[in-house]
Design a protein around this ligand. Structure first.
Ligand SMILES: NC(=O)c1ccc[n+]([C@@H]2O[C@H](COP(=O)([O-])OP(=O)(O)OC[C@H]3O[C@@H](n4cnc5c(N)ncnc54)[C@H](OP(=O)(O)O)[C@@H]3O)[C@@H](O)[C@H]2O)c1
Length: 252
């Protein structure tokens, strides 16, 4: 797929992996629109790349997903790539019943429903394009769940399944469906939880994920497994119980 002259929406494009995707796609000659909830992060990104467009939205709210689509479809007539990247990760102890589950944001809304709904909004528009793409950012934890982040891991497994079905449904259309599968990446996703539990592996820099994404797009490599995520995928197929025990033995 062509990696320049596209018009791209990157959800959560102001920080972490999303921001490196913003940088990479701007530098490759694409028009980039980003969205997120925090104005200061959107403003910082805009200062670095004045040519980008920023939109404040909370993707956990259906009305914001719809107004994001309405705004983009009327103001960016050439939009042809959606990157579903915005996500959150929470540690939830189910021994406490609903207490932790209901005390924070809803991972199912943000990590799963928003990906599904935005895809559904944009697909009819993308069907009119010569070439278009939906790029879903999942995770190695979608293949081997980390039990302390049970809902997060399940949403990422769901994104893998959803991406496969979407790719099959859209196989004879101009829309290509990519899944990017990062390993641990050094961002603020975990809000310091890795440090608190003494995890020394900070992960790869987000620039490596962005680089792998644009390379994979160029080669029409539809499942882009980055670094150690490849080992998780192979392990999940060859020896699922062993690899599950290995990654969960290290954390309590
Ligand atoms: N870091 C890792 O180890 C890792 C590994 C595998 C996969 N991933 C995936 O990579 C993606 C990006 O994560 P990251 O590591 O780059 O973390 P990050 O820096 O925390 O980025 C997450 C982005 O999503 C946005 N976001 C979160 N909730 C939102 C909402 N309700 N509405 C709109 N935007 C929202 C955040 O902006 P606001 O808070 O301002 O809204 C932020 O810009 C996620 O899907 C994550 O699951 C990360």
């Amino acid at each position: 797929m062509k990696t320049n002259d596209n018009t791209i929406l990157i959800t959560g494009g102001a920080t972490g992996i999303g921001f490196l995707l913003t940088e990479t796609f701007v530098n490759a000659g694409n028009e980039v629109i980003i969205c997120g909830r925090r104005d200061n992060k959107l403003d910082d990104a805009k200062k670095k790349f004045p040519q980008i467009h920023t939109i404040r939205c909370d993707l956990s709210r259906e009305e914001d997903r719809k107004s994001l689509y309405d705004h983009i479809s009327s103001n960016f007539k050439n939009i042809n790539i959606l990157i579903n990247n915005a996500g959150i990760q929470r540690m939830i102890d189910f021994k406490k019943g609903t207490i932790e589950l209901f005390a924070g944001e809803d991972e199912i809304e943000i990590n799963f429903k928003a990906y599904v709904h935005l895809s559904a909004y944009f697909i009819p528009l993308f069907l009119e394009r010569k070439e278009a793409a939906i790029i879903n950012i999942s995770s190695g934890l979608g293949f081997v769940p980390l039990a302390i982040t049970p809902v997060y891991s399940a949403t990422k497994a769901a994104i893998h399944s959803f991406s496969k079905s979407l790719r099959h449904q859209l196989r004879n259309t101009p829309i290509k469906v990519f899944e990017v599968i990062p390993p641990t990446v050094n961002t603020d996703l975990d809000k310091g939880a890795r440090d608190k539990r003494g995890q020394t592996n900070k992960g790869i820099p987000p620039s490596e994920v962005a680089k792998a994404t644009i390379n994979g797009l160029e080669k029409d490599e539809f499942e882009i497994a980055v670094g150690m995520a490849q080992n998780l995928i192979i392990g999940s197929r060859n020896n699922p119980e062993q690899i599950f025990q290995n990654i969960n033995r290290l954390v309590v």
